[in-house]
Design a protein around this ligand. Sequence first.
Ligand SMILES: [Zn+2]
Length: 84
Amino acid sequence: MSFHFLRKYLDKIKWFDLSPDAGAPNCICSLCEQLIGENEVPIRAFDTARGLEARFHIKCFGTVTGTKIYALPDDLEYYPEELP
Ligand SMILES: [Zn+2]
């Protein structure tokens, strides 16, 4: 899968040098900077050249990529209200 961040968000997202599990106190969304809870699935993007990670709530990932995420393939009940 490939994607690109919308240009208007490039300088607004935070990058991190750690990759904590969902629910950890430092598992913060790169866009809204709110906690990603242990019952959520972070979408992670890696900048391997710099050793950095950006991570997002599913809805925030949709915002920065200009896409609409309905559900994860292995977790179709995660956002059941958004299923088509
Ligand atoms: Zn977020």
